[in-house]
Design a protein around this ligand. Structure first.
Ligand code: NAP
Length: 253
């Protein structure tokens, strides 16, 4: 173990850009080795190169779809082969293929949202538990959303899945204690490709509801995740950390 090497290994799903990349960047900066995933192999490779900054032994990239069970198995197996441990899991990969209310939503879309956002997170948690955390401990962070803490006319199905991420974290925190801590992060709008439709062309208007005067950036979530995955958070489990620039302070009028 070198001075810069923490000895810890983290698996971050959906980390070729955006929030997942911001989290991986924060973890690499403190000396963790990281395993990152994403669907597009070329983008993922570029992200791994950028993250490793000349130390390719610090970053492993495994391309695939988060909800694909063969991919999930391969990610955990390759992480264990390469690094021999998985201390931290960040379930970040998520999708929102549909906007609008749910009263007449096509159920096949709802199933897809749940499969990618929730079932894959549960599966990665189970696999990481079996491979390392059950015997050796660790921590998990699930990326939820403020959309999971209330109702929205725009992102109904997505919001249900993010509420499920909050309860998934509670349930796993209870079951996996005392060895493994499990928390979630609920961001408001963070400037990424995923959220661009919510602010592009109208950022000043969007920012007006944020007491802290700006939208989020991936580094904001990276810092929060690094904290929850550190010894500074050793007595914190089952919590949802809202990282929202203060937007939920608004009383609605
Ligand atoms: N941005 C926000 O305002 C915001 C707010 C609250 C919560 N969140 C949550 O934060 C997480 C990350 O969002 P983001 O804004 O960072 O999105 P993003 O910029 O679009 O990045 C998503 C990342 O995940 C990968 N990915 C997407 N779908 C995947 C899948 N099915 N399997 C594996 N990898 C997948 C993408 O690469 P490929 O496309 O190559 O697969 C990319 O690396 C999501 O869970 C989202 O719900 C975002």
């Amino acid at each position: 173990m070198t001075a810069q090497d923490s000895g810890k290994v983290a698996l971050v799903t959906g980390a070729s850009r955006g929030i997942g990349y911001g989290i991986a960047e924060a973890l690499v900066a403190r000396g963790d080795r990281v395993v990152i995933t994403g669907r597009d192999e070329d983008n993922l490779k570029r992200a791994a190169e950028a993250l490793s900054a000349g130390r390719p032994d610090r970053v492993l990239a495994v391309a695939g779809k988060a909800h694909d069970e063969a991919h999930q198995a391969a990610v955990v197996e390759r992480a264990m082969d390469a690094f021999g441990r998985i201390d931290h899991l960040v379930n970040n990969a998520g999708t929102n293929p549909v906007f609008g209310p749910i009263a007449e939503l096509d159920l096949s879309v709802a199933r897809k949202v749940f499969e990618t956002n929730v079932i894959s997170a549960l599966s990665f948690a189970q696999r990481t538990w079996r491979a390392w955390q059950k015997e050796n401990g660790g921590a998990i962070v699930n990326i939820a959303s403020v959309a999971g803490l209330g109702a929205s006319p725009f992102v109904g199905a997505y919001g249900i899945s993010k509420a499920a991420m909050v309860n998934l974290s509670l349930q796993l925190a209870h079951e996996m204690a005392p060895g493994v801590r499990v928390n979630s992060i609920a961001p408001a709008v963070v400037k990424t490709k995923f959220a661009a439709a919510l602010y592009e062309g109208r950022e000043a208007e969007a920012v007006a509801s944020y007491p802290l005067g700006r939208l989020g950036v991936p580094e904001d979530i990276g810092g929060a995740a690094a904290f929850l995955l550190s010894d500074a958070a050793a007595w914190i489990t089952g919590q949802t950390l809202v990282v929202d620039g203060g937007i939920l302070l608004n009383a609605g009028f």
